[in-house]
Design a protein around this ligand. Structure first.
Ligand code: SF4
Length: 287
């Protein structure tokens, strides 16, 4: 699985001159970051993009900035500043969760990728974020989505096209036979690349254990008998009951089937609104 993911990462790097990787700071995209450093001999040869809703659990942002400094990462973040300033959000009571996710995640992502809204790059010399002068659009976007995580993600390809509006036409995707991938798409469109598509939640934790990958401590029980299984915004994310306090505890927990009847994203409240699926949001550009 590692070799296949590295192969896809290298294919993407070869084919896309304007390539970036989304980093949500969760376990999956952090494994993807680890695989990228393996694929390119310790380097990350493209920017990491983080969409900051400003409601992420604070430990996530602290972890992000620590790794950016320690690993000298080229991190860019984008946000929907207009919605935040106008308090047009779910936590402010102005929007439903679905509308808030569309504004703070989907719209922010689409406009950050296209370069239409400001991007903020971590300047290692100044040790702070500065507005990025480069506003060129990204045409290849690497994402840590896994098919087993949630229904709509299982419909993705390794190389999934998005149109001029970042919309996703699930019924019109190229076949991917014998490791042959379609990587040329029309100008103005972009491609989402999914090197982790075949990994399960257990595979991810086994790999984190084998490679000793640092992850956000929120995944572990801190003594109150709960831990986060999936990370997101604090007003919409609840922990699960679990006493797993190490990576090996989590691997053991998953192997014994403790959560076999509980969806991985069950603690993410926004998944339960609207028509009950994320597919509508994801068709419009949600990650
Ligand atoms: S997860 Fe909650 S706070 Fe975060 S963007 Fe969605 S609705 Fe808003």
């Amino acid at each position: 699985m590692e070799a296949q993911s590295v192969y896809i990462l290298r294919e993407a790097y070869r084919e896309f001159s304007r390539l970036c990787m989304l980093w949500s700071i969760g376990k999956d995209s952090t494994v993807l970051l680890w695989l990228t450093r393996k694929a390119f001999f310790g380097e990350v040869p493209f920017p990491l993009v983080h969409i900051d809703t400003s409601f992420k659990i604070p430990e996530m942002i602290a972890y992000r900035d620590r790794l950016v400094r320690d690993w000298k990462l080229n991190l860019i973040y984008g946000e929907n500043r207009a919605a935040l300033d106008a308090r047009r959000t779910f936590p402010a009571g102005a929007l439903s969760r679905i509308a808030c996710c569309k504004a703070l995640k989907t719209d922010a992502l689409v406009n950050t990728l296209s370069g239409a809204w400001p991007r903020y790059r971590f300047d290692h010399e100044q040790d702070r974020y500065v507005e990025d002068a480069n506003t060129e659009p990204y045409t290849g976007v690497i994402v840590g989505a896994r098919a087993d995580e949630e229904g709509s993600r299982s419909k993705e390809r390794y190389f999934s096209p998005r149109d001029h509006h970042s919309d996703w036409d699930i019924g019109d995707q190229p076949p991917e036979l014998w490791n042959q991938f379609k990587t040329d798409f029309a100008p103005g469109t972009h491609v989402r690349i999914h090197p982790l598509l075949d990994w399960t939640e257990l595979n991810i934790w086994e790999y984190i254990a084998a490679e000793r990958i640092p992850v956000v401590p929120l995944y572990f029980d801190q003594g109150d008998g709960t831990r986060y299984r999936s990370l997101g915004c604090y007003p919409c994310t609840t922990p699960v009951e679990s006493t797993a306090s190490t990576v090996n505890d989590i691997v053991e927990e998953l192997r014994t089937g403790k959560f076999s009847h509980v969806a991985e994203r069950a603690g993410r409240e926004q998944d339960k609104e609207g028509d009950g699926t994320l597919e509508t949001l994801r068709r419009e550009g949600y990650m």
